[in-house]
Design a binder for this molecule. Sequence first.
Ligand code: ZN
Length: 198
Amino acid sequence: MELYSGHINKLIEELAGLPGIGSKSAQRLAFHLINMPRARVERLAHAIVDAKENVRYCQECYTLTDRDQCPVCANGKRDHSTIMVVENARDLAAYEKTGKYEGVYHVLHGAISPMLGIGPNDIKLKELMQRLEGDVKEVIIATNSSLEGETTAMYISKLIKPTGIRVTRIASGVPVGGDLEYIDEVTLLRALEGRVEL
Ligand code: ZN
């Protein structure tokens, strides 16, 4: 038996397909949306389509941006010879919020996970290696301290070592499995300053 109208079911189904949204949350959100004024629903729908159409990867670091180059890469005052490797754009934002990091970034968009079938070719690793052909002095690996993050860090360091470029790993003051974006700025800075040679 169909409990709700087909339209609502369709909406619930779409929402439930988003990460972190279970079927209960999807139902709650769907009913909330239905009760919202039409103008607000349209604003939300437009914002989603707009973001999808206009957001792209930075040509250099692969973070998400509205332009060809993100503000960090476009900034001539940043140290372009130091690259911090992060798993996603939210991790980049967390480090940017500290305001203390002067290098640039490289966003992998994921981490290697044999369990989930995510291999080196599924993240922006080739792109990182291409960047290293330029003038790079240090690569700071700031992937999460989860199993996937550590696997990725090891893999990257093995790839980079033969090039002679300095490879470091942020200190493990960062809670195991903790997403970088949830860690406070002091802890992030301490992890960065206490980074170790790989
Ligand atoms: Zn960039």
